[in-house]
Ligand binder design. Sequence first.
Ligand SMILES: O=P(O)(O)OC[C@H]1O[C@@H](O)[C@H](O)[C@@H](O)[C@@H]1O
Length: 319
Amino acid sequence: MVDRPNKPTALATTPGLPPQPQVNFTHNNSRVSAVLPSGESVEVLLFGATVISWKDCAGNEKLWLSDVAKLDGSKAVRGGIPLVFPVFGTAPDHAATSKLPSHGFARNTKWEFLGRSSSESSPSTGASDASIKLDFGLSSATLDDKSKELWPYTFSAIYSVTLTPDSLGTGIVVTNDGDKPFECQVLMHTYLRVKDIAKVEVTGLEDSEYIDKVDGAKTKKQSGAITITGETDRVYQPAKGPSEPVVVIESGETVFSVVRDNLKDVVVWNPWTEKAAGMGDFEPKTGWKNMICVEAGSVRGWTALEPNDTYQGAQTISV
Ligand SMILES: O=P(O)(O)OC[C@H]1O[C@@H](O)[C@H](O)[C@@H](O)[C@@H]1O
């Protein structure tokens, strides 16, 4: 080959364009992470398409992740945002899903990375407003044989994780690709990190009915803001509709605001002392003080999909 002394060298960035979001594959391609030019980042495990980290531009972690969470695909992740599909908890009375593991197979199955798309910073202003969307796919064609046997429906799902400088969005699109109808439930089981649960209140669910899973599944009505003073496991039917934010306030300051699109229910969960002590993958044991799960989903009743029907649901968590 002839050596060319004046050969052009590759440029690290295109001149005139502000820096763009970066995507990296790590841990033997089992994780995908994205960093915005403004410094915010997100990391997603292909196993379960589980978001395991979301950091602000100063590197502060926004999600709670157990110190001993299994990140090797041997168990659903304790923390981050596990995706619950096609059943919430177990449903012994729902024949089609009764045999599935608790919270379904999506959080226990390796998803495929489908690609990224980004919106760029404006070259004219040079503003750091770039965002990135990472897409993941799961379908009956790639599901393991055991799950296929337990839930013999033909489906495809695309899960999108969108990072902007001040928000994280997760959204799912499920399509019935088969010739028989199926029913499903969906939930984004988000573990939000807080400094001290004693100083936390959750607003936006005032006057909403909820099923109290720690009190014999009684139906109750929320009066005022939610505070956490013991084991809490509630399935809310928000009275104000999905665009009314569910807000996590700590020491009087808003720390998270969750807006839902087509996810009609909200689960609020904190295991408190005893339940945390009983979970082998929950560390530190005092971790319940630093987390609150605010889980956007569609879990009261079932979403029925006829052949070719599509269901879409999404949440945006702003900081
Ligand atoms: O331990 P898992 O299967 O991850 O579930 C954690 C919690 O998830 C919540 O969504 C449920 O409402 C709780 O009942 C459950 O305990």
